[in-house]
Design a protein around this ligand. Structure first.
Ligand code: FES
Length: 451
């Protein structure tokens, strides 16, 4: 309607019009310029361990089949039959070496290539295309720490998409010999809100933890007390960071943040001693040597002392790495990834993937699964708060007058490199801030204004 992105995002005032949450035309542009151009998380390779295994997922509103072929390679292909547009695969998950369309019977291999059609002589009569042109449309696939990413964009190498965030994300996803294992199928539910409402929160919004989730602190559900968490907020101190690609993380000082669980001091301790005192979630003492093998010395040092804990990968992934040591001093906690998959301008599918280290003992995996379900699961204590809030913002975005309101990013302090910090990106040390969320919007602006 003549509105430009600069009318919606005011880069001088650091404000965003509430209209962006409820605009059909903008949504269509987002589908083309963001969701068809960047890498999207679809699952984990441990979901489909055997040849022929598949799961059905969505790349925004495009339904895709994620499958493993006979050679072990993983493929992602559009679940749209090139004959008349029917869904080729109608099951959520299963094992099949061939997918046969129920409409007229065209069949496709696990790598998407066309096998044939029934009554082929008649069905293919007059066909102007060779069989090799009748396969399912394929997306480009990249496995990162076993996480399955896919994109329709031929020109965006995965390394370029990760940028300087790799140094930090490796510490979560690529740290042990066997890597992560996904615990069960993802939990899913649909919320009546625009994808950017949870999306911008995933840009490491620390302040909402202190207010929206305060009842969890007061109730002792997350450990500690209201005094130790809200008022002095040790869990809010550390280093926030962002990269131009829009990925953000909050790295929290372990000895400070987790005082509520274990009163430890890292003073004069080696990295290995710190890891033994306060092992990162899911890392048992047996797994500690593997950290040194799979990560650089600088990465292990950071993981031990000021680990990346929460944040997001642009455009729609939330990373939640929750610390909850067990009474026996063992490693537990939770590692969840959420994706916020757009389902129209006013609907989002919340998908929750839960992980543990594949080599962790079964009782640790069980604890990690339980912790993730009760905290960041679809009915978890944390997500119930968020799932109540986001639709109310959405509802407000519809009002004639409400649309004139702008979202204000005021806690901006600018970036500053702490002494001795090794990783890249823009760094924001100290108490939590709005800088990373604003960086999320700047990545959004960048993609939306690229021709
Ligand atoms: Fe699939 Fe016709 S639509 S075979």
């Amino acid at each position: 309607d003549g509105t430009t992105i600069d009318d919606l995002i005011d880069r001088d005032m650091n404000e965003v019009s509430l209209r962006v949450m409820n605009d059909k035309e903008l949504y269509e542009v987002e589908m083309e310029r963001i969701f068809a151009r960047t890498w999207l998380l679809l699952g984990h390779e441990t979901e489909i361990p055997k040849a022929g295994d598949y799961v059905m997922r969505d790349m925004a509103e495009d339904n895709v089949i994620v499958s493993r072929d006979r050679s072990g390679e993983i493929h992602v292909m559009l679940n749209v039959c090139p004959h008349r547009g029917m869904k080729v695969c109608t099951a959520e998950a299963g094992n099949a070496h061939a997918h046969r369309c129920i409409y007229h019977g065209w069949a496709f291999r696990a790598d998407g290539s066309f096998i044939g059609a029934p009554i082929e002589k008649e069905q293919m009569h007059g066909n102007k295309r060779g069989k090799d042109e009748l396969g399912l449309k394929k997306a480009k696939v990249h496995l990162y720490g076993g996480l399955i990413f896919a994109t329709w964009n031929e020109d965006l190498p995965f390394e370029e998409y990760l940028g300087d965030a790799k140094f930090y994300l490796d510490q979560l996803f690529c740290r042990t010999d066997s890597g992560l294992e996904m615990l069960g199928p993802p939990q899913r539910f649909v919320l009546p809100c625009n994808w950017k409402i949870p999306g911008e929160q995933s840009g490491s919004d620390g302040f909402h933890t202190l207010t929206l989730h305060r009842s969890l602190m007061e109730g002792g559900i997350m450990g500690g007390t209201a005094e130790s968490i809200y008022d002095t907020a040790p869990g809010m101190y550390g280093v926030d960071l962002s990269v131009p690609q829009g990925h953000t993380l909050r790295c929290l000082e372990a000895a400070q943040t987790f005082k509520m669980f274990a009163d430890v001091s890292f003073e004069g301790k080696s990295v290995e001693e710190c890891l033994h005192l306060l092992p990162p979630p899911g890392i048992t003492k047996d797994l500690i040597p593997q950290l040194f093998k799979n990560l650089s010395e600088d990465q292990v040092k950071q993981l031990a002392t000021i680990p990346p804990q929460v944040g997001g990968m642009f455009p729609n992934i939330l990373i939640a790495f929750i610390f909850a040591p067990r009474a026996d001093g063992g490693a537990s906690g939770a590692l969840s990834l959420h994706t916020y998959v757009p389902k129209g301008p006013d609907r989002v599918e919340f998908v929750n993937f839960i992980f543990a280290e594949k080599d962790a003992p079964e009782d640790v995996k069980r604890d990690m699964l339980q912790n993730a379900i009760w905290s960041t699961g679809t009915s978890g204590t944390i997500e119930q708060d968020d799932a109540d809030t986001w639709p109310q913002i959405m509802r407000n975005s519809r009002g004639h007058m409400s649309k004139t309101i702008t979202l204000k990013y005021q806690a901006l302090h600018g970036h500053e490199r702490p002494e001795g910090w090794v990783g890249g990106g823009d760094l924001y040390p100290g108490f939590t801030k709005d800088d990373t969320q604003w960086a999320w919007w700047m990545a959004y602006y960048d993609l939306m204004t690229r021709a």
